[in-house]
Design a protein around this ligand. Structure first.
Ligand SMILES: Nc1ncnc2c1ncn2[C@@H]1O[C@H](COP(=O)(O)OP(=O)(O)OP(=O)(O)O)[C@@H](O)[C@H]1O
Ligand SMILES: [Mg+2]
Length: 283
């Protein structure tokens, strides 16, 4: 794989600037976040530190605000209040310098566009091509420099999708689309991967393959943050768990978080908007 030392070096550099109070390096830091879509806030008083270099799983019921949190972290939704730092930077800047690879939830994607699997994966490399600059950045993906095409093909091979490179993305099955999107996230070579339900609708064999790929990325020093409703998977794979329901219910070691009591508390958490939220709705 092309998961380069450059990205890991960047991450280490940022770790020095982003150590938490107990000295553990932090990839994502959120303080008093308020977020929503215009009506009453969806998230309120969200504060958390995501440890770097770990497999972190966000668990919470439907509508808890998990995808909303990811949209904030990736910088495509502006917070209504609070502060977010990604590897010591704002989400927009972290994304602009290629620090974040994001895989949106399946339901958020319009698949009906005529583009091949390989071109979707290649699009993860556009930031790097632009960074190099020159006339090559205007090339269509099929004529992009060999290193970028190779990175896309390597990522497709890692998720066993090499045979589908030229297929239209909309003509794939649900599980195949997930694997293509995961390949896109991997091809980006980012130190932080935000994956919104990467395992939903995926068969057991593909799930095992995806988790193997994610463990490898984690072992290379990347921070993987994913959302899942699959508690068996979370119990097996997560290093750190965040329980979320409109606010952070608890966050910590997976064995302490994934108890029946903690999960019940997360599922039934009453919605108590903070003073910031009340201020924002203005009602
Ligand atoms: N674009 C949007 N506009 C308005 N409201 C939205 C939008 N997206 C999400 N919401 C609302 O925000 C709340 C949280 O949604 P979000 O998608 O973050 O939940 P989730 O935890 O990811 O749920 P799921 O497990 O179903 O994916 C829900 O009440 C939802 O209706
Ligand atoms: Mg969601």
């Amino acid at each position: 794989m092309h998961w380069g030392r450059a990205a890991m070096g960047t991450e280490r550099r940022h770790h020095r600037d982003t150590a938490s109070a107990n000295g553990q390096p932090v990839a994502v830091s959120v303080r008093n976040l308020v977020a929503g879509y215009g009506g009453a806030p969806v998230l309120s008083r969200v504060s958390l530190d995501i440890p770097a270099g770990q497999m972190v799983t966000v668990v919470g019921p439907n509508g808890a605000g998990k995808s909303t949190l990811f949209k904030i972290l990736v910088g495509i939704l502006a917070p209504l209040g609070g502060e977010v730092r990604i590897l010591g930077d704002t989400p927009e800047r972290a994304r602009a310098r290629g620090g974040i690879a994001y895989m949106p939830q399946h339901e958020q994607i319009d698949w009906d566009f005529p583009v091949s699997v390989q071109d979707v994966v290649m699009s993860a490399r556009f930031g790097r091509m632009r960074a190099v600059g020159g006339w090559r950045r205007f090339l269509p993906p099929s004529l992009a420099p060999a290193e970028h095409r190779q990175a896309a093909l390597d990522a497709l091979r890692a998720v066993a999708m090499s045979g589908y490179a030229q297929r239209a993305i909309g003509a794939l099955s649900g599980g195949q689309k997930k694997r293509a999107l995961l390949a896109r996230a991997l091809a980006q070579d980012a130190p932080l991967l935000l994956l919104d339900e990467p395992l939903s609708g995926v068969d057991r064999a593909s799930e095992a393959l995806i988790m193997q790929v994610l463990h490898k990325a984690r072992d290379e020093g990347r921070t993987i943050v994913n959302v899942t409703h699959d508690l068996i998977s979370a119990r097996t794979h997560a290093d750190h768990v965040i329980l979320l329901n409109r606010s952070v219910i608890a966050s910590g070691d997976r064995d302490e978080m994934l108890t029946d009591e903690m999960l019940a508390r997360t599922a039934t958490a009453p919605w108590v908007p903070g003073p910031e939220a009340v201020g924002i709705t203005g009602s």
